[in-house]
Design a protein around this ligand. Structure first.
Ligand SMILES: *[C@@H]1O[C@H](CO)[C@@H](O)[C@H](O)[C@H]1NC(C)=O
Ligand SMILES: *[C@@H]1O[C@H](CO)[C@@H](O)[C@H](O)[C@H]1NC(C)=O
Ligand SMILES: *[C@@H]1O[C@H](CO)[C@@H](O)[C@H](O)[C@H]1NC(C)=O
Ligand SMILES: *[C@@H]1O[C@H](CO)[C@@H](O)[C@H](O)[C@H]1NC(C)=O
Ligand SMILES: *[C@@H]1O[C@H](CO)[C@@H](O)[C@H](O)[C@H]1NC(C)=O
Ligand SMILES: *[C@@H]1O[C@H](CO)[C@@H](O)[C@H](O)[C@H]1NC(C)=O
Ligand SMILES: *[C@@H]1O[C@H](CO)[C@@H](O)[C@H](O)[C@H]1NC(C)=O
Ligand SMILES: *[C@@H]1O[C@H](CO)[C@@H](O)[C@H](O)[C@H]1NC(C)=O
Ligand SMILES: *[C@@H]1O[C@H](CO)[C@@H](O)[C@H](O)[C@H]1NC(C)=O
Length: 808
């Protein structure tokens, strides 16, 4: 969207927000539980309680209601009690809208590494940049909102995977990483937020605008109870277990009630079932009224009256609303406690953060006038490593790794710089002219974009190699009028590397899955005169490659996703074989958009648009498996320059109930890790989750827990090829009973750097929850009776090992 960032836009939105009416009342109203601090925040909670007890009503409101300030979101604080204000900044791939920070790979990119340590490290080193920029609350990570139900969803790349288990692990680790760096994390967007189209009632100049501003209700995600628990709530449960400080409610409605005033989702699911002890923050523009939101369980109004007043003046009258009896002070007290407890727990009250460098808001979207570099040397290396480890090799008939080519042709505008500067198109509210050569895509657009300090383009990096190896390299980077040039360059080259891309941004869903800039024609021109064409794609998800994927002249295809600032170095590492690709698809790559579950983006121009999640738990690969549809590349698929074999599946009951699921994360012993008990090996033990959920469990016997490990599984992965490589071993469970998916992902382990001829043990741990289904009648998780099939292999459709296990 080209949001009206000028004055006209402000006036218009302010009017909309003062007139937009109340959402339909919920069928049932759930009372917000009073926070207790939970398992790990007891000391912080006690301190917060004594502070809040001494706070006036106005002071409590001061920590709840957003005000104008220099950050994307601002909280005033209570100077009398030495409580600082808070600075809140976007977003999941870097600190936005600041400069002097790193542009990290997108969530989806990081998910494709399937490497727990890299997922943790990305968030930890990003967290340090938030901290050093004086940001108290990071508006990250995306925790399955969107999860990626719709292949065209505009923001899928900001998150991880449409599989709830994979997204759960990534969310858990990301929360730990950010908070270990001393910054409060925000799990977002809660919940069922799966399309951009009709997400908001403002209808300024969003691509989806149909009705006048304020008339159309937000899209309603209508989700049944089983699907809610097993798919959409699952990753948020993991974020809560990791001790996430805040949860951001989303724009959409759920069953007709807006997410930020939905007492069922906020007060029942999140604060009661998941026992969430932190605060709920509204998404910017997701709050439409003062009273219903507060009473449903919203704790912090964002941006409140801040952000240039763009979204209204919410909770600026909260003191009067309490004083005249409209809302009870208890609710305000609880909200203030929920906000201050994690702030104290992280020690932000005792050790002030570095000063936040003031940035004026000339556009609201960028802060071009201030610059403070907080990057650490290691971060660029980490970004490059994630880029290389995420690269997913989809086809290879001998094109890769490059065998010391003497003459290299590089085609595609995606190989090079944006003609208008690397940050020209990505920032929210900015757009490049239609005819601009946007260059290589390193991230998608919107609030999830982070300003790159530089971009090492693929062409930059390949040139460096060519200079080093004495090769000739020549590039064609126009998007039309290249025929004669291609026909003259390509036939004389040993290899032609074609860089293609697909754009995706917040504010609109993707129009389709065709590559941008008529890339199919460019590939056609290349294969017409070269028998060695390698295609590299910078994409936010599935794209249609059917026109050329099977062409014999296409000798390799690599999905390189949105890799951030080190994109060129990362892909050069993979193309030259310095890094053996080990990325695997975190979603299903279909041959056609029609093969996916239909109508996942609802665009009917009606006043109350409804998206019925009738696919239920059959999201992504579960749909393809149930319908027996053959995808182009299945969930979990990805090739290597070497080959692997699986053998020796062993199931055993664990000796202790404590899990090492998230092992090999070396935590920094900062404030947070001090409250996490590390196992003797230095691993995070699953039974040491920072906070416990209160999810009902039908098989509860007085002492067992839903998160105890009940099965340990190991398998041997052998490298049967000629080069060293890493392999993402995956575990799927077929759960007995009617209406269950054929199989669901319940484990993954990246066996790293296995030498040719050598083997490595992949290990997995199944917790009771991993074997459970949600029983809507009992309103509880339960392990169904019958035979479970536990399968291990290289992808969701390449599972050479399996064993059965029965519930006794
Ligand atoms: C709050 O007030 C009580 C007594 O009114 C006092 O003992 C306590 O120290 C105060 N706590 C803080 C944090 O100011
Ligand atoms: C993660 O970061 C730590 C430094 O904090 C480093 O020692 C470790 O090797 C990194 N892990 C990976 C997989 O790069
Ligand atoms: C939506 O309605 C369905 C059907 O009544 C129910 O199962 C589900 O729990 C409701 N979800 C929400 C978020 O209200
Ligand atoms: C209470 O105060 C609010 C905010 O000033 C006002 O909008 C509302 O009408 C008042 N309600 C009553 C019952 O006085
Ligand atoms: C006030 O906060 C600062 C840090 O912001 C801290 O150094 C100081 O000890 C605090 N003072 C009191 C009385 O708590
Ligand atoms: C460049 O990006 C803008 C969005 O910023 C888009 O509208 C335009 O189509 C892109 N140009 C090309 C040639 O892809
Ligand atoms: C393929 O090559 C032939 C002969 O050079 C040329 O006539 C034709 O236009 C080319 N097709 C494409 C798609 O580039
Ligand atoms: C493959 O490339 C060669 C030139 O090297 C060309 O003659 C042939 O037609 C191409 N084949 C296809 C299927 O495009
Ligand atoms: C761990 O945290 C301490 C204190 O915040 C910091 O000085 C140190 O650099 C951190 N270590 C790493 C590896 O980031």
């Amino acid at each position: 969207m080209k949001v009206g960032t000028g004055l006209a836009g402000f006036v218009k939105l302010a009017v909309v927000l003062s007139t937009y009416g109340a959402a339909p009342a919920s069928a049932e109203s759930w009372t917000t539980p009073i926070a207790t601090g939970g398992k790990s925040w007891k000391d912080a909670f006690a301190k917060a309680s004594s502070l809040v007890n001494n706070m006036t009503l106005a002071e409590k409101v001061n920590v709840m209601a957003g005000i104008p300030g220099s950050c994307v979101g601002n909280i005033g604080g209570v100077p009398r009690l030495n409580i600082s204000g808070f600075c809140l900044e976007d977003g999941p791939a870097g600190v936005r809208p600041l400069h002097g920070v790193s542009q990290f790979p997108a969530g989806l990119t990081t998910a494709a590494t399937w490497d727990r340590e890299l997922i943790y490290n990305r968030s930890y080193f990003m967290g340090k940049e938030y901290y050093d920029q004086g940001v108290h609350i990071a508006l990250a990570p995306v925790t399955g909102g969107p999860l990626g139900r719709a292949p065209l969803g505009g923001r899928n790349w900001e998150g991880w995977s449409p599989d709830p288990y994979a997204t759960g692990v990534a969310s858990y680790l990301s929360v730990l990483g950010i908070q270990d760096a001393g910054v409060m994390a925000t799990a977002k967007h809660f919940i069922g937020y799966e399309q951009e189209t009709f997400r908001n009632p403002y209808n300024l100049d969003e691509a989806y605008s149909v009705f006048p501003a304020g008339v159309q209700a937000p899209i309603s995600s209508n989700i049944d109870d089983k699907t809610m628990h097993e798919v959409y709530l699952w990753p948020f449960a993991e974020a809560v277990r990791a001790g996430v400080a805040h949860v951001m409610c989303s724009y959409n409605n759920l069953n007709g009630t807006q997410a930020c005033e939905n007492s069922f989702t906020l007060s029942h699911l999140l604060k009661t079932e998941l026992n969430f002890q932190g605060s709920v923050i509204s998404d910017w523009g997701g709050q439409h009224n003062d009273v219903d939101t507060l009473m449903a369980g919203l704790d912090m109004a964002m941006p409140g009256s801040g952000f240039g007043g763009l979204f209204g003046q919410f909770w600026s009258d909260l003191v009067q609303l309490v004083e005249n009896g409209t809302v009870p002070e208890d609710r305000v007290t609880d909200a203030a406690l929920r906000i201050l407890t994690p702030y104290i727990w992280l020690g932000q009250d005792e050790t002030p953060l570095p000063e936040h460098v003031f940035n004026a808001l000339p556009t609201l979207w960028d802060a071009p006038d201030v610059y403070r570099d907080v990057r650490q040397d290691y971060t660029a290396e980490l970004i490059r490593k994630i880029g290389a480890e995420s690269a997913t090799l989809l086809k290879n008939t001998g094109g890769l790794p490059l065998q010391n080519p003497q003459r290299i042709a590089v085609l595609g505008n995606d190989a090079t710089d944006n003609a208008l500067g690397q940050n020209a198109c990505g920032g929210a509210g900015t757009a490049c002219p239609l005819e601009n050569l946007n260059g290589t895509l390193t991230l998608g657009g919107g609030s999830g974009y982070a300003y790159a300090p530089y971009v090492v383009t693929p062409l930059d990096a390949l040139k460096q190699r060519a200079i080093h190896t004495g090769a000739e390299i020549s590039s064609i980077t126009v998007i039309e009028g290249y025929d004669a040039a291609v026909q003259s360059l390509v036939p004389t080259s040993d290899v032609t590397v074609v860089f293609v891309s697909g754009w995706s941004t917040e504010f609109e869903d993707r129009p389709g899955i065709t590559l941008d800039n008529n890339a199919d024609a460019l590939v056609a021109a290349a294969v017409n005169s070269s028998s060695n064409v390698v295609v590299v794609m910078h994409i936010p998800g599935v794209v249609d490659i059917e026109k050329w994927a099977d062409n014999e002249n296409v000798t390799a295809i690599v999905a390189a996703w949105y890799p951030g600032q080190e994109t060129g170095n990362a892909i050069a590492d993979v193309l030259y074989g310095a890094v053996n690709p080990s990325g695997k698809l975190p979603f299903t790559w279909a041959k056609s958009l029609d093969d996916y579950y239909p109508n996942t983006i609802v665009s009917d121009p009606v006043l109350e648009p409804q998206s019925d999640f009738t696919d239920g738990v059959f999201i992504d690969y579960r749909w393809f498996d149930a319908q027996n549809i053959t995808p182009r590349y299945e969930f979990g698929f990805g090739l290597s320059y070497t080959t692997f074999e699986y053998s020796g599946l062993i199931l055993s009951e664990p000796q202790t109930s404590s899990s090492t699921l998230f092992r090999s994360i070396s935590l920094n012993s900062s404030a947070v890790s001090a409250s996490l008990k590390l196992s003797s090996a230095g691993f995070i033990s699953d039974s040491d989750s920072l906070q416990d959920t209160a999810e009902p469990f039908a098989d509860f016997d007085g002492s067992n827990s839903l998160y105890d490990v009940v099965l340990e599984v190991t398998a041997t992965v052998s490298n049967t090829g000629e080069s060293s490589g890493s392999e993402v071993a995956q575990l799927y469970v077929s759960i007995p009973g009617d209406g269950q998916p054929v199989r669901v992902l319940r484990g993954f382990d990246k066996a790293k750097d296995i030498a040719p001829g050598a083997s490595s043990i992949a290990s997995f741990e199944l917790r009771r929850k991993d074997l459970s289904v949600w029983n809507p009648v009992k309103q509880a998780w339960e392990i169904p009776k019958g035979q479970f099939i536990i399968s291990v292999g290289a992808s969701s459709r390449d599972l050479p090992l399996s064993e059965t296990w029965s519930r006794s």
